[in-house]
Design a protein around this ligand. Structure first.
Ligand code: DMJ
Length: 493
């Protein structure tokens, strides 16, 4: 495919094998630009991230790239290999064949599901089940399907609550489940129980067992029944009473992917799930009415809502919403289409500003719009960047839906910043302060960097028919799942 960056003065021709071939360039200057591109190409980045994980941390959940060892953490119960499962489809799509085989071999030989430990239902679903399902649909390899189904079964006891709203934490061995200690009054989190729908429908489809679909359809029923303050969905719900526990509303952390899964459920159903579409449309209308604001400097942002009081802050996580709103705009009624496209453009621009206004050109964990501040973190504790994908995710959707070259330019700025500030000797690391050009590293290569950040960057520079948005929806960890009309073994070549 052909990559055009900026003004198209530097045209590159890349083969789909992931090797970069150089067009015969007339000018030396251009070839210098080109080698810079090659040096920093995201295909190499993926290989570098994978090779180091393999060398120092294979079988652990993440790589610690400074100390050159593995990290297990406490999100996945006793499960291991989060980076392997998260990376599978990216390796496959990038045609890093040897590396994909290494990952597959690990899943076949070493991925043990008979484990005991406290796992996040949400994280296991989006990373492991999502990753395995995508790997199955892309390759047709049975091992991925059987592991996904086996793991899906292990999550079911979390739904044994009076309302059927699952609890957030489950012991994969005993099936015992409970709520997060930090969640108010034993509540379940909107973004957690609201981010199961896509994967669970596929588990039912593949197993022929309706139980998975029934569980998520019941969640929707509970949500439809409960009264929404001003049409908004608060982030905490009691799995016992089915009532809201606290009135905190956010399109960032704790709420985010619930909204994403509404519009994607509709798309994945080949636009037949009109209930999901209506829920999405109504939720977005309420969000726009109560949460969307414009700063004095003209930047559009989505604030958080605490019982009617606005917190003029946007989390990095909320930056996925530019892409989501654009995706939804495509399918809005004629009169709303342009309106939502404009909103998506403005939000993506604001998120870009949060990157552009930092010294590293990477964005902080949260940025604010108050006391003269615009799109910058004001608290020390919000200045970090942990290789998150949401901003490049929105660039990818905006590029596909508008073909405005600025999104590729912006994506390329991120590639350069990652190379400059996050690449360390043995992998990529998050940084603790985006406002200093000599940042301290956090010594963690998150698995979503391979699953999402690098995949979205790659797709940003691909032709639109590579994982076409007409045929695939990406789960919230960027694992592609086929739209209902697609053959399971759809080719990405
Ligand atoms: C990912 O695990 C998913 O994108 C999730 O929805 C939110 N957070 C991380 C990446 O930032």
């Amino acid at each position: 495919w052909c990559v055009c960056i900026g003004t198209c003065t530097n045209m590159l021709l890349c083969s789909p094998q992931g090797k970069v071939n150089v067009l015969k360039l007339k000018f030396r200057k251009l070839s210098v630009l080109l080698s810079t591109f090659i040096q920093f190409s995201f295909l190499q980045m993926m290989k570098f991230a994978w090779d180091n994980y393999k060398q120092y941390a294979l079988g652990k959940n993440e790589l610690r790239p400074l100390t050159k060892n593995g990290h297990i953490g406490n999100m996945f119960g006793g499960l291991r290999g989060a980076t392997v499962v998260d990376a599978l489809d990216t390796l496959y799509i990038m045609e890093l064949e040897e590396e994909f085989q290494e990952a597959k071999k690990w899943v076949e030989k070493s991925f043990d599901l008979n484990v005991n430990g406290e796992a996040s239902l949400f994280e296991v679903n989006i990373r492991y089940i999502g990753g395995l399902l995508a790997a199955y649909y892309l390759t047709g390899e049975e091992v991925f399907k059987s592991k996904a189904l086996e793991l899906g079964e292990k999550l079911l006891p979390a739904f044994n609550t009076p309302t059927g709203i699952p609890r957030g934490v489950i012991n994969l061995g005993s099936g015992m489940s409970w709520s997060w200690g930090w969640a108010s009054a034993g509540s379940s989190i909107l973004a957690e129980f609201g981010t199961l729908h896509l994967e669970f429908l596929h588990l039912s489809e593949l197993s022929g067992n309706p139980v998975f679909a029934e569980k998520v359809m019941n969640i929707r029923k509970v949500l439809n029944r409960v009264e929404k303050p001003q049409g908004l969905y608060p982030n905490f719900l009691s799995p016992v009473t089915g009532n809201w526990v606290q009135h905190h509303v956010s399109i960032g952390g704790l709420g985010d992917s619930f909204y994403e899964y509404l519009i994607k459920s509709w798309l994945m159903s080949d636009k037949k799930d009109s209930e999901a579409k209506k829920m999405y449309d109504d939720a977005l209308e309420a969000i726009e009415k109560h949460l969307v604001k414009k700063s004095a400097g003209g930047l559009t942002y989505i604030a958080e809502w605490r019982g009617g009081i606005l917190d003029h802050k946007m989390g990095h996580l909320a930056c996925f919403s530019g892409g989501m709103i654009a995706l939804g705009a495509e399918h809005a009624g004629q009169e709303r289409k342009q309106h939502y496209m404009d909103l998506a453009t403005e939000i993506t621009n604001t998120c870009h500003e949060s990157y552009a206004r930092s010294d590293t050109k990477l964005g902080p964990e949260a940025f604010r719009f108050d006391a003269g501040t615009e799109a910058m973190a004001t608290r020390l504790s919000e200045r970090y960047y942990i290789l998150r994908p949401e901003v490049v995710e929105s660039y990818m959707y905006m590029w596909r839906l508008t073909h405005d070259p600025k999104y590729r330019q912006w994506g390329w700025e991120v590639v350069k910043a990652l190379e400059k500030h996050c690449r360390v000797e043995a992998g990529f690391s998050g940084i603790r302060d985006v406002y200093t050009t000599t940042p301290t590293h956090d010594n963690m290569q998150q698995s979503f960097f391979l699953a999402e950040t690098l995949k979205y960057l790659y797709l940003l520079f691909c032709e639109d028919d590579v994982l076409s948005l007409d045929d695939w929806v990406f789960n919230t960890e960027a694992h592609p799942l086929p739209v209902n009309h697609t053959n399971f073994k759809a080719s990405v070549q």
